[in-house]
Design a protein around this ligand. Structure first.
Ligand SMILES: NC(=O)c1ccc[n+]([C@@H]2O[C@H](COP(=O)([O-])OP(=O)(O)OC[C@H]3O[C@@H](n4cnc5c(N)ncnc54)[C@H](O)[C@@H]3O)[C@@H](O)[C@H]2O)c1
Ligand SMILES: [Zn+2]
Length: 363
């Protein structure tokens, strides 16, 4: 049964995030008690459908909800308009009405595409998120951002739609490939550095990606991460101000991810980006001298990389295309200490100094 329920108050909608064990079998009762017996479609990639589709479908059936399953091939390369069109046509073929619910069961790709399908179908129906990857639980399922990729870049075509409820069953993480679990830890460590020194110390002392890690403790950590994301998102639903703080580690991280040809995972890239910006911040005197070492030790304990050997001209080339860059320069999130960050406006020249001071310096 559910161990944690986190309230997420947003300007457009208040909703709850349930985090616990065995919740895949509670999707029906939770959706039923909240929404009655709406028409539903379950959207999943083929990998997650094979693992959890039957259980989610029978749980909904037990609550009197007949929900057909719509699947698409797993993988980021399928997070495209063509796949979205297929999903929308399938939803339409089931004649779902405007009160209908898309139940997105899967990782961040499924949440993003199921979410965008819900935002678009009949100009907007309803969405339930059932995240099954660590990244989806602590990041993408909360906050209401949905998107598909364009040839011009990732997540360039999307919409905001807050879910009715998020149901995160940490037991599903036992089937997640270890590399995906570890990659998701990059965002988890980021949350600790961003807002919670106690969480950070706990993560450093007992890596949540270690074999046989206690699932109840994992549920605690996921719930705390959801609270941290909630606190930022609730204050700034449409990313006009404080939500930018979630970008900690991402400015340099995105450049490293792109420069690697997306071979290095997003979470691993964020982990490197965190270490780089911490080293650069210490060099500038913007944070305490021990901050980079503490972050590096934590990142290394997860088997995630702490530095990059990509040359700085290449990194600056990718930084010049940063979506969040403006004519005046970059907004960079600086760790002032573990658990507290600040946003700094940085000129392109100063950005180069940060890259020089932070990247390729620990090897
Ligand atoms: N909307 C947002 O706010 C937001 C935030 C961060 C990231 N994202 C997006 O999230 C995506 C990345 O999410 P992801 O890392 O979860 O990728 P993903 O959805 O592709 O999942 C990774 C892989 O793990 C598999 N998988 C998922 N859950 C599983 C389970 N329990 N057992 C076995 N296999 C499982 C999937 O089939 C897939 O092959 C990116 O597209 C990114 O842009 C969105
Ligand atoms: Zn991220």
């Amino acid at each position: 049964m559910s161990a944690h329920v986190v309230d997420v108050p947003c300007a457009s909608k208040d909703y709850q995030v349930h985090v616990g064990r065995g919740l895949v079998d509670e999707v029906g009762p939770i959706v039923g008690s909240l929404l009655g017996t709406p028409e539903c479609c379950i959207v999943s990639d083929d990998t997650v459908d094979a693992l959890y589709g039957d259980r989610v479908q029978s749980s909904l059936a037990g609550a009197g909800i007949e929900a057909p399953r719509i699947t698409f091939p797993a993988g980021e390369r399928n997070k495209r308009l063509a796949t979205l069109e297929t999903i929308l046509e399938r939803i339409a073929s089931h004649e779902m009405d405007r009160k209908g619910v898309v139940v997105a069961v899967g990782g961040g790709v499924t949440g993003d595409m199921g979410g965008l399908a819900a935002a678009l179908y009949l100009r907007g129906c309803r969405l339930v998120q059932v995240p099954t990857s660590l990244l989806a639980m602590v990041d993408s399922s909360v906050g209401g951002k949905t998107a598909v990729d364009l040839a011009a870049g990732k997540n360039l075509c999307g919409a905001f739609l807050q879910p009715e409820v998020v149901i995160a069953d940490v037991e599903t993480l036992s089937t997640l490939p270890a590399s995906q679990l570890t990659d998701g830890c990059g965002e988890v460590i980021k949350h600790g550095v961003l807002a919670d020194e106690v969480l950070f110390e706990r993560l450093a002392a007992s890596p949540i990606n270690s074999a046989g890690h206690d699932l109840d403790e994992l549920a605690d950590v996921v719930a705390r991460n959801v609270e941290i994301k909630r606190d930022v998102v609730a204050a700034d639903e449409r990313e006009q101000g404080v939500r930018q703080m979630l970008n900690l580690g991402h400015t340099i991280g995105h450049a490293i991810e792109a420069a690697s040809g997306f071979v290095l995972g997003h979470g691993a890239s964020v982990a490197v980006g965190l270490c780089c910006i911490a080293r650069a911040s210490a060099a500038e005197g913007w944070c305490a001298a021990d901050v980079p070492g503490r972050i590096e030790a934590c990142v290394a304990a997860y088997g995630l990389p702490t530095d990059t050997d990509i040359d700085h001209d290449t990194l600056m080339g990718y930084l010049a295309h940063d979506k969040k860059r403006s004519a005046a320069g970059y907004s960079v999130v600086i760790p002032r200490r573990i658990g507290e960050v600040e946003l700094r406006r940085v000129s392109p020249e100063a950005m180069r100094s940060l890259v020089d001071a932070g990247c390729g310096t620990s090897r």
